[in-house]
Design a protein around this ligand. Structure first.
Ligand SMILES: C[S@@+](CC[C@H](N)C(=O)[O-])C[C@H]1O[C@@H](n2cnc3c(N)ncnc32)[C@H](O)[C@@H]1O
Length: 259
């Protein structure tokens, strides 16, 4: 399936003309443990609150691979920059509201009980990007609500040269991918994730090799906490078990009435 590209070349192809690969390459099952952690945080935060269905906003919700595990119990809204990713989300989580927008600037003119920015926050490349995204989160959170920011890596958890690979077969294709993360310039605030996709058509047995380079932000725990504080959150850092070798670093905040 070929979809015309809709973004400048610097936008990762995985979220653009190759967005149809997302559910195959990073299937919803990969998000079960992380969604369970987020659910646990919501339950803990709202324990003792009046019994009502909470509303959840995910900024950069992609294909909805987290929201699909929350949508039965929460009213979910998905914002993403990429329309092809939101189309994936609508197929997987039809009950979620979807809105195209940039997490640095979108304003929905409504507020939610919980706001998440999960792995999409990796695409915030500078202090200015992060601060704008956190201001968006703050602008959409009810007073006393829950905000969770979950970058894939922080400076403290980054593994330079980490390699991962996986593969899967559909009726028409065999997809193999490799990912490699590295930090070309430790003095700046970014790292690069290089993805290679090998797509073999079952019928022709021809293999197409596609390289997709993603530039991502890399910040320290102290920076995340400082910037969450600047955005009005009373924030803490938590390291939780999300079913992989390394603990998952989360930045969890609330906007108390006095903040
Ligand atoms: C790793 S994917 C997110 C996957 C998602 N957690 C899921 O459950 O499928 C990263 C997403 O961030 C989105 N993104 C990148 N920059 C963004 C921005 N400035 N505003 C909103 N979304 C953005 C991409 O379009 C992509 O869908």
């Amino acid at each position: 399936m070929n979809t015309p590209r809709t973004f400048p070349r610097t936008f990762p192809r995985l979220y653009d003309d190759l967005a149809h690969l997302w559910p195959i390459l990073s299937p919803p099952e990969h998000y079960i443990a992380e969604a369970a952690v987020l659910r646990g945080l919501i339950e803990k935060h709202f324990a003792g609150s009046p019994d009502q269905r909470q509303s959840v906003l995910e900024l950069g919700a992609g294909g909805g691979h987290t929201l699909v595990y929350l949508a039965d119990d929460y009213d979910c809204t998905a914002v993403d920059l990429s329309e092809p990713m939101l189309a994936n989300c609508r197929r997987l989580v039809p009950e979620a509201q979807t809105v195209a927008g940039d997490m640095r600037s979108v304003r929905l003119n409504k507020t939610f009980d919980a706001v998440f920015i999960h792995d999409a926050v990796d695409y915030m490349l500078s202090e200015s990007d992060v601060k704008q995204a956190l201001e968006t989160a703050a602008a959409h959170l009810n007073t006393g609500g829950l905000c969770v920011i979950a970058p894939t890596y922080t400076r403290e958890t980054f593994i330079d040269g980490e390699v991962a690979d996986d593969g899967t077969t559909t009726d028409s294709q065999e997809l193999t991918y490799f990912s490699y993360v590295h930090d070309p310039d430790p003095a700046d605030d970014t790292f690069e994730m290089i993805l290679l996709y090998l797509i073999r058509e079952n019928q022709t047995r021809a293999v197409e090799v596609i390289e997709d380079r993603h530039t991502c932000g890399l910040f320290s725990n102290a920076q995340w906490l400082k910037w969450m504080g600047d955005a009005g959150f009373d924030a803490r850092h938590e390291e939780v078990d999300a079913g992989v070798d390394e603990p998952w670093s989360l930045f969890v905040g609330s906007n108390t009435p006095s903040s």
